[in-house]
Structure formats: C-alpha cells, structure tokens
Design a protein around this ligand. Structure first.
Ligand SMILES: Nc1nc2c(ncn2[C@@H]2O[C@H](COP(=O)(O)OP(=O)(O)OP(=O)(O)O)[C@@H](O)[C@H]2O)c(=O)[nH]1
Ligand SMILES: [Mg+2]
Length: 259
C-alpha cells in the first residue's frame, strides 16, 4: 500500500523541475480542480518565488457555470487559464501569456507539472501544434522529463505526474492510478460512487442507465448487472465492474464534477 521510495523520487522530481524552470504551469483536471491541485508543487513554487499558473484542463468535460465557479475560487491564490487540449480551448490565451513571459527574460523554461493523467503531455502537444509528447489514458504514461522547444527562447518541460504522500486509493479517485494496480478496486469504486452520488448522481444514470441506490454497493451491483459482468454461478462480478467504473471515470465517460 505505501510506497515511501516512490514518494521521495516524485518529490525530488518536483524539486528539480522547480529549480530548473522559471515558471510553472500546474495542470489540473477541471472535473476535480481542487483535488488535483498539488500541494507539494504549489508549496515549492511559493518557496522558490516561481510564477505559477493553474491550467484547468479538460474543461470540455464540465459545464460553463462550474468552470467559472472553480476558476474564481482558485484565482484567490493563483492566476488561472481555462483549457481543453481536446477542444483547443484556451490555446490563444496561453500563447499570449507565453509571449509575455518570453519578453521578460532572455530564456524561459516552463515546467508543466501536475498529477498523473491530468493532460500535461496533451497540453504540450496542443501548444506545439504537433504530437511531440506521448499521451495515453493510462496514468503514468510519461516517464522521464522531456524538454520541448516551443519558440526561439521558450522551452516547455514535460514531466511524469507528481504524487507525494498519498495512498493509491486516493490517487485512483483522482484518476491518477491504474485500477488494475489497486489492491481493493471494489472499495475504491464504492468511494467514487459515493462521491458521485453526493455531487451529481445523474452522471451514473446517464453512463450506465441504472438508478442510483441508497448504498454505493447497491449501485455498483446494478451497474454490474446492467453490463452483465458475472462470475461463475451467475453472481455479479464486482471486481470487474469496479475496474470498469474506475476506467470510465479516468476516461471522462462519467460526467460528474465537484469543488
Ligand atoms: N476530455 C479531455 N480529455 C483530455 C484532455 N487533455 C487530455 N485528455 C486525455 O487525458 C488522458 C491523459 O492525457 P496525457 O496528456 O497523457 O496526461 P499526462 O498528464 O501527460 O499523463 P501522465 O504522463 O500519465 O502523467 C488522455 O487520454 C488524453 O486524451 C482534454 O482537454 N479533454
Ligand atoms: Mg504525460
């Protein structure tokens, strides 16, 4: 369950990038903008006096009033750019911002940081207008750091997702952990269903055509029945259903969101 060595490694990546880079783009998932804000990254940026911009990516997955609400909240601490790598939204605004930053210094290195799977590499490809960084729905795609030249004097640094001092279960809820690598996928899926039920139960009804139950287990069982995921003897395969729900969450097929 615990992986102290990995945590230390991740923290050292964050530290290294924060000494290399002049500016940080902290990418978050617009569906769960607060949960995907990385405290370590923000803390280090503050300590080192680096400019940090929060990029609310995947804005295409949430409604506009939610985007505005979240943006306002985060802007109390950091400037925010609303973005969608899939819909090319926010590209012009970021282009302009980068141009401005490039005027202030001879050479600008922008560290693109955030949790696994929030869309750091996708953002870089959108800005570069070319597929230079590998992307995947699988959290943990980007391994090493990668320097991408954007302009004569502007570089972006693609990085692996930063995770620190967190349990795998919590990471999975953020879409930052591969469901197959969880010890108890059912437990995590139940937690996720609980969260979604609290915030936007229709999202589960829309995704699976089931009625949300009183207990998360009821809902998960109904989803399994609907998908016809069975184990020998005909009972619902909860394990398989849980992984499917977690993958659907990662892939943005479940339209739920919360502050
Ligand atoms: N709907 C939607 N999906 C997106 C957007 N940007 C990225 N994705 C998807 O999110 C998944 C992760 O994207 P990546 O760019 O690989 O994310 P990353 O942060 O580089 O991930 P790691 O390298 O694993 O840390 C992929 O399936 C992308 O297609 C977006 O703006 N909207
Ligand atoms: Mg990546």
């Amino acid at each position: 369950m615990e992986k102290p060595r990995e945590w230390l490694r991740e923290k050292s990546i964050a530290k290294k990038i924060l000494s290399d880079a002049d500016v940080v783009f902290e990418v978050v998932d617009s569906r769960i903008p607060f949960e995907t804000r990385n405290k370590v990254v923000e803390q280090l940026a503050k300590e080192r006096n680096k400019k940090l911009f929060v990029i609310m990516n995947k804005a295409d997955l949430v409604p506009e009033d939610f985007v505005e609400k979240a943006k306002k909240e985060i802007e109390k601490e950091f400037p925010v750019v609303v973005f969608s790598a899939h819909k090319n939204r926010g590209k012009r605004e970021l282009d302009r911002l980068i141009k401005q930053l490039a005027k202030e210094k001879r050479l600008v290195k922008i560290g693109v940081l955030g949790y696994p799977n929030v869309g750091k590499s996708s953002l870089i490809n959108t800005l570069k207008r070319k597929k230079v960084a590998t992307t995947s729905p699988k959290p943990g795609m980007t391994r090493g750091e990668k320097l991408v030249k954007l302009d004569r004097n502007v570089y972006l640094i693609d990085t692996p997702g930063i995770i620190t001092l967190e349990f795998q279960d919590d990471l999975a809820l953020k879409g930052s952990w591969i469901p197959e690598k969880l010890e108890q996928p059912v437990e995590v899926a139940l937690k996720l269903i609980e969260k979604i039920t609290e915030n936007r139960p229709e999202a589960l009804e829309e995704a699976y055509g089931v009625e949300v139950g009183k207990e998360p287990l009821e809902t998960l069982t109904r989803i399994g029945q609907k998908l016809n995921y069975r184990i020998k003897g005909g009972e619902v395969d909860l394990d398989r259903t849980a992984k499917k729900v977690l993958w659907d969450w990662i892939k943005g097929h479940i339209k739920a969101y919360w502050l």
